[in-house]
Design a protein around this ligand. Structure first.
Ligand SMILES: [Zn+2]
Length: 58
């Protein structure tokens, strides 16, 4: 027996056509999230420290 797979986004039962997601909507949502993660290049983070020190009046 195989346990019922569920959508990783909304936990509804997975649809065979859209595995491992429950629907095309969730699959697209995950794809977009994955792409935006992929496009975020490492080493391009803005330094939040600069915001903190601003207005410190040292
Ligand atoms: Zn879903």
């Amino acid at each position: 027996m195989i346990p019922q797979a569920t959508c990783p986004l909304c936990a509804k039962p997975t649809a065979a056509d859209h595995a491992p997601f429950c629907s095309r909507g969730c699959r697209d949502r995950d794809l977009l999230a994955w792409l935006s993660e992929d496009y975020r290049l490492p080493g391009r983070d803005p330094a939040p420290d600069r915001l903190d020190s601003a207005g410190d009046g040292d």
